[in-house]
Design a protein around this ligand. Structure first.
Ligand SMILES: C[S@@+](CC[C@H](N)C(=O)[O-])C[C@H]1O[C@@H](n2cnc3c(N)ncnc32)[C@H](O)[C@@H]1O
Length: 308
């Protein structure tokens, strides 16, 4: 797999570093849809590049944002001018302006404000209070919206726009129970729910009951699936792996995550990938599929046109 493409929106639990590993587990024999009931940032599917896909999440702001890109309401040009203008005001007024945009977003739900907040809030987090208001504090950083940083975001937006336009993708805001209602044996499911017992907010919560419900559905799944979860860290093991998921195949991969900005706060965690099939290509170098190659060609045509 070529370099992993980072999506324009970041979220906690983003799987960017694990995409190459997930790509090797996927069973490419499926002819139907790639279904991702917990899309988050979308980084997994956006790099897998399926021809047909359902990307769903319970967070309406994520879905609004990606629908706005897919339907052409926002594009690289609009994003550039928005971030240049708002970045300049931010550099003059600092956190006061951040909180002004946060208040504005909580009234209007504008996807460009959502992008702006996601890119200058504390640690790129996405959290909402009980009334559904975005409540992440400001993440101060000098020169936040530098020219290079804006260009990076613009390219990320363009990338999603091009691949979503050349594919048959839908972005849907709904609970995972609804997304999992109409799966067929031709589909492929990638499920990355929140971890049980972690932070709970307006759109993002997960408890034992949900974990059991998901297990019930996936146990009867007519198609192949991968479930991302955690296996263990220095202190604890994920008890659900043994209690619920032990009948399935489990692949593991060590991963590091950061608490705060300091390097010494880099904590290892063993990630688990539960699947109802034995991955065939786990130990092989991944090869690009025809579908991925044709989308990559379109992207490179687009970028060379931009340079001319
Ligand atoms: C761990 S994140 C997914 C991360 C994603 N794979 C990535 O790499 O960016 C879990 C996602 O599940 C969503 N979510 C939480 N509860 C949900 C529910 N009941 N139905 C659908 N989505 C839900 C959250 O909004 C969040 O975006």
């Amino acid at each position: 797999m070529k370099k992993v493409m980072i999506p324009p929106i970041k979220c906690q639990g983003i799987k960017s570093k694990l995409v190459p590993f997930i790509n090797r587990i996927v069973d490419w024999s499926f002819k139907g849809r790639w279904i991702e009931p917990f899309m988050g940032s979308g980084v997994v599917g956006f790099n897998i590049m399926p021809g047909n896909a359902i990307f769903a999440d319970s967070n309406p702001h994520l879905i609004n944002f990606y629908n706005a890109i897919a339907k052409g309401k926002i594009d690289g040009l609009k994003v550039r001018s928005f971030l240049e203008q708002n970045g300049e005001i931010l550099s003059k007024f600092g956190k006061d302006y951040y909180y002004e945009v946060r208040e504005r977003f909580n009234k209007t739900h504008d996807p460009l404000d959502f992008l702006f907040l996601n890119r200058c809030c504390f640690n790129g987090m996405i959290r909402f209070n009980r009334r559904g208001g975005f409540n992440v504090p400001f993440g101060p950083k000098p020169q936040r919206f530098s020219k290079a940083y804006i260009t990076k975001i613009v390219n990320q937006v363009d990338y999603v726009q091009i691949i979503s336009r050349h594919s048959n993708w839908s972005f849907i805001c709904q609970d995972y129970k609804d997304t999992l209602k109409d799966i067929t044996d031709d589909d492929f499911l990638y499920c990355d729910p929140p971890y049980v017992g972690r932070h709970v907010d307006h759109y993002d919560s997960w408890d034992e009951e949900n974990e059991k419900y998901l297990f019930e559905i996936l146990s009867k799944s007519p198609c192949r699936f991968i479930l991302s979860t955690w296996h263990s860290n220095q202190y604890r093991k994920n008890v659900f792996l043994e209690a619920l998921w032990s009948e399935f195949h489990v692949s593991t991969k060590e991963h590091f995550y950061h608490i705060g900005a300091k390097e010494e706060n880099r904590k290892p965690i063993l990630e688990a990938f539960v699947s109802n099939f034995t991955p065939k290509h786990l130990h092989e170098e991944p090869v690009e599929r025809a579908e991925q190659l044709s989308l990559l060609e379109k992207l490179s045509d687009y970028y060379s046109e931009l340079q001319n």
